[in-house]
Design a protein around this ligand. Sequence first.
Ligand SMILES: C[S@@+](CC[C@H](N)C(=O)[O-])C[C@H]1O[C@@H](n2cnc3c(N)ncnc32)[C@H](O)[C@@H]1O
Length: 271
Amino acid sequence: MGEDFGLEKRAAGRSLSAFQDEDHSSARNDLFWNIYARCYDSIYHLIPYRQLLWDCLEALDLKPGMKLLDAGCGSGNFELFMAEKGITDVVIEAVDLSRVMLAKAKNKCENLLTVNFTKHDLNKAFNFKSNSFDRIVCNNVLYTVSNPETLLQTFHDLLKPGGRMVVSDPLPSFKKAILFKDHLKRFKNIHSLNDRLSKAGKTIIMAPALTTVSVLNVVIDYKVKKKEYKHFHENEVNNLFGNLNYQEVETGKSCADQNWLARGVKKRRIQ
Ligand SMILES: C[S@@+](CC[C@H](N)C(=O)[O-])C[C@H]1O[C@@H](n2cnc3c(N)ncnc32)[C@H](O)[C@@H]1O
């Protein structure tokens, strides 16, 4: 009897410490992204990142009145990009863990389109109903969650039949240097000399923030090494999506080939 009680007590102690570990890791994650939020907007002007936003937008194939979930919306870059491209007739639920990211997002976007920014931890259950979204986008976030397979399964559940999910994440071989090189090359090709001079000023102003982003990316690399975060290889991506009930799954690359991008359409119900 005494022994049983001891076991029970140890088991209770173990589960309590498991909960505490979870809370600490969630608080650490929150803190990290709150710091990151202070310089995150600087990447908005990088051409490969804008290409990634464009590729997501194109893959989503949004139509007026659709309901979109942006899972891990960050500082609202995707929403701002949508507004810049004139797509303002979509109803967006945008969630993120970081209150600083969300504050920036609200500041930037709330008057531009119909968007509801909410604090939510993607490691926890959503309050949304099954089959309630036409589209879901999750850009540069999947690597941070503790159970990516479960999150993708949840996205599948939240999508209406025929709805689309677009997910992109950095590849394990992701190199910032390639991204910056691609930016400089395309910057020269896209803009006239006058434009280049005026935009170069902006880049110089952004330089300290971009440097901080690079430093924080070293922390991300460390978290990947410690297996706190996970970057998926292309074949792993196919398996991830292959196990879900999608009608079509297309995978490709974006962001100067440093990211994988996958698009899946949820099967329609058989009549
Ligand atoms: C690299 S940013 C990407 C932001 C945005 N999707 C974009 O493309 O600009 C990663 C985002 O994931 C968020 N994040 C990290 N872990 C999260 C979690 N468990 N739940 C919700 N959001 C999370 C961070 O706060 C951050 O805003």
